[in-house]
Design a protein around this ligand. Structure first.
Ligand code: 5GP
Length: 201
């Protein structure tokens, strides 16, 4: 059995990355890594499903115990991925998706050179602002802070393996799936089946 892929996805908040992933995750072979965060839950968010919501002290304790694969500070809150479950899932053949911001993603790329990285880009900054305001979950201050962060993050998009533009949602979903499909068709990934066919020739 092939080891599962490690797929790192980043996008400025408001890019529609959540909606793309919701569709992709209908395939139950994916394992969505639930992150830890010190940010307060938004309305409708469920602890253990969207995030594990923890205190600053608890987060810093996990860092000091070396139990985070990666973490970052984003808009004054900690966000991070615990390292215990990722490898286990991959060994069991599950494709693991990390939905994380740029700093954490760059760290994962360094630590796990086999990770596949995808940056979801909005069609324009203007459209991103419109989507953020429409969401209506954040104050003007927070929206402006997130927009500034978005522009900063887009400057790192070229460090990713793939860029998916979320203009029309259907197309973005298809592009995302095409990336994963292409990764699984790589000779390296298909080596096991190749060996099997040759052995039985
Ligand atoms: P939000 O507050 O909008 O849910 O997330 C803010 C940012 O934190 C998003 O870019 C999201 O991808 C990122 N994020 C969520 N979980 C993690 C994580 O585990 N690690 C890192 N580095 N970033 C994360």
């Amino acid at each position: 059995m092939n080891k599962g892929l490690l797929i790192v996805v980043s996008a400025p908040s408001g890019c529609g990355k959540g909606t793309i992933l919701e569709e992709v995750l209908k395939d139950k072979n994916y394992y969505y890594s639930v992150s830890l965060t010190t940010r307060k839950p938004r309305e409708g968010e469920i602890d253990g499903v969207n995030y594990c919501f923890v205190s600053n002290d608890d987060f810093e304790k996990l860092i000091s115990e070396n139990r985070m694969l990666e973490y970052a500070e984003y808009c004054n809150n900690y966000y991070g991925t615990r390292n215990d479950i990722i490898e286990e899932m991959r060994e069991n053949g599950r494709d693991v998706i990390l939905e994380i911001e740029v700093q954490g993603a760059l760290n994962v790329m360094k630590k796990c050179p086999d990770a596949i990285s995808i940056f979801v880009l909005p069609p324009s900054v203007k459209e991103l602002e419109r989507r953020l305001r429409k969401r209506g979950t954040e104050s003007d201050d927070v929206i402006n802070q997130r927009l500034a962060k978005a522009i900063e993050e887009m400057n790192s998009a070229d460090k990713y393996n793939y860029i998916v533009v979320n203009n029309a949602l259907e197309d973005a979903i298809a592009d995302f799936k095409a990336v994963i499909k292409a990764e699984k068709l790589k000779a390296d990934y298909a080596k096991e089946i190749l060996d099997e066919v040759i052995k039985n020739a």
